[in-house]
Structures are given as structure tokens and as C-alpha cells.
Design a protein around this ligand. Structure first.
Ligand SMILES: C[S@@+](CC[C@H](N)C(=O)[O-])C[C@H]1O[C@@H](n2cnc3c(N)ncnc32)[C@H](O)[C@@H]1O
Length: 278
């Protein structure tokens, strides 16, 4: 997608936009982070028949993984504001002949969710974009059953770096943090979540920071490439860094991709789980 249409789309929607290129980026991202996500889901001991809500589901890649875990007797609802993504998921569920993936169009803050209903609510890479995490979480917690779990994966935006150090890309984490804040989000949101969960009568049962690293041909560096190449110019446009800094970061990035000794370190992604108390 051309930069101009990405720009136009973004003005109407949340920070990363909604379009076919972003859908493909989310698919690729899901594959790169699948092992990491699966290890989080494994620890939640999801049972057949559970009712799950995938919040900010995007095209529903995790919704489909949850459907595999809960089986035909379970229920998975994908809550998502984008019609494009929900239509894609509905087509994909039909192709698989799955009848128990529901789609709900809306935002976590305002959707008409049932009370005391879900065994598991899953939220990956959404809460760092929202302006008010407490307002976002409150209705979700109300829709959890007693004993149910809310599981959140998101950034503690530290750790993003390249070896060898010393180039312009060393400034990238700072620019991304500003970019998230300029969209109304919080790149350190995961630090606040345990306190928010406890104040809503949940017990924090997991808080695990994770990170992935890889060389110049790894999937993890390609994942970052698909974010930085289109978004560095937009960060400059929004004043999160200067145009010259964005260009130098992009050049440093491309030079690292040609160096066999490069190591890319992802930002820290935290797995957080809270259980609703009786
Ligand atoms: C980076 S994508 C992540 C998609 C999916 N969770 C995944 O991990 O593949 C963020 C998604 O959150 C959605 N979103 C943004 N704000 C939201 C809100 N307030 N409530 C629910 N979803 C939201 C966006 O439309 C987008 O599809």
C-alpha cells in the first residue's frame, strides 16, 4: 500500500491502520510470535468447552488458535472494530466449517458484552494503543466468570536494539515510544496492568517478560522490517523524530540487514494473567 493511502487510513483509525497490507503483516507477525504465544496459552490450561473472548482480535489468528484449544463444544468470540478483519475471519471460519467462532464489531470500552460469561479473555497487542487502560479493562472484567482469566500480551517498550550498536537505529526505541504516545497509547502499559487487575479484584497469576532475538535472515528481524520500513517516515511526519533521523535510522537498519553478524533484539513483550476472585 502506498504511503499516502496508509496515511489517509491511519487518520480514520487506530495507530497502525486497517488494510490488506496490515492484515498480511499481522498474519506474518502471528507466525513469528506463535511459539511465544502458545507457551503463554499452554500455561493457562485452557479446557475443551471454554468460552473465550479475543479482544482487538484483528483477523482472528489467535481466535482460531483458541478454537483449536476449546474444540467444537467451546465458544470463541472475536471482538474487533474493523469490519475488514471480521469479514476475513468469518470467511475463514466458514472454510474450516467451524460454527462456534462469533464475530462482534466494536470496541472493548463500549461493546454490549454479556456479564459473568467468559472463562478466558485474551488481549494481544491492543491495550498499548488505548488512551485509558482502566476504562478498556473494566467491561472486560465484568464479562469474566468468577475464576475466569484475563490474559494480556503487550509491550514494556525496552530492549529493542541492534548489534553492532552505535548507529542511528539506537534512537529507534525512543521514536517508537513517542509514536505510541502521539496515537494516545502507552508503550509501558504493561507496568500498570497488575495494579489495575488487583484494584478490580483479580489475582495476578502470571507476569513474564519475554523477548526474541535473531540474525539478519531471521523471521524476527523481518517482522521488525515490516514495521519500521513503512512507519519510520510516518514517525518523522508526526514529529516523533526528525526526517533526517528517520532516514539515518532506515539506512542503519538496511546496513545491518546486510551484515552477517547482526543480531536484532525485539522489544520486551510481557505475558500477564489475572484470575477473577470469588
Ligand atoms: C496490532 S492489532 C493486534 C491484532 C490481534 N490481537 C493479534 O495479536 O494478531 C490491534 C487490533 O486492536 C484493534 N483495536 C484497537 N483499539 C481497540 C479497542 N479499543 N477495542 C478493541 N479493539 C481495538 C485494532 O482494530 C486492531 O485490529
Amino acid at each position: 500500500m502506498a504511503l499516502s493511502s496508509l496515511r489517509q487510513k491511519r487518520n480514520e483509525e487506530y495507530l497502525l491502520g486497517v488494510n490488506q497490507t496490515e492484515l498480511e503483516r499481522l498474519r506474518f507477525q502471528h507466525g513469528v510470535w506463535k511459539q511465544n504465544t502458545d507457551s503463554f496459552l499452554d500455561g493457562l490450561k485452557i479446557k475443551k468447552g471454554w468460552k473465550c473472548l479475543d479482544v482487538g482480535a484483528g483477523p482472528g489468528f489467535v481466535s482460531m488458535d483458541l478454537r483449536q484449544r476449546v474444540g467444537p463444544t467451546g465458544e470463541v468470540t472475536a471482538l474487533e472494530p474493523s469490519e475488514l478483519y471480521l469479514e476475513w475471519l468469518a470467511r475463514e471460519s466458514k472454510r474450516r466449517r467451524w460454527k462456534n467462532i462469533n464475530t462482534m464489531r466494536g470496541n472493548a470500552e463500549t461493546a454490549p458484552l454479556p456479564k459473568n460469561h467468559y472463562n478466558l479473555i485474551f488481549v494481544r497487542w491492543v491495550i498499548a494503543f488505548v488512551p485509558d487502560p482502566a476504562k478498556f479493562l473494566h467491561p472486560l472484567i465484568e464479562s469474566l466468570k468468577k475464576g475466569g482469566i484475563i490474559a494480556i500480551m503487550d509491550y514494556w517498550y525496552e530492549g529493542l536494539s541492534l548489534y553492532p550498536q552505535g548507529g542511528a537505529f539506537d534512537g529507534a526505541a525512543r521514536a517508537v515510544r513517542k509514536y505510541y504516545r502521539s496515537g494516545g497509547g502507552d508503550p509501558y502499559v504493561t507496568g500498570k496492568i497488575p495494579e489495575l487487575l488487583r484494584s478490580n479484584n483479580l489475582k495476578v497469576v502470571d507476569f513474564t517478560p519475554t523477548q526474541i532475538a535473531g540474525g539478519p535472515d531471521s523471521d524476527i528481524i523481518e517482522w521488525a522490517h515490516r514495521f519500521f520500513v513503512p512507519h519510520l517516515p510516518l514517525m518523522a511526519e508526526q514529529g516523533n523524530c526528525s526526517k533526517e533521523e528517520a532516514e539515518s535510522m532506515a539506512q542503519d537498519w538496511l546496513a545491518h540487514r546486510k551484515n552477517a553478524n547482526t543480531i536484532f533484539f525485539s522489544p520486551i513483550v510481557v505475558h500477564i494473567a489475572g484470575r477473577k476472585q470469588g
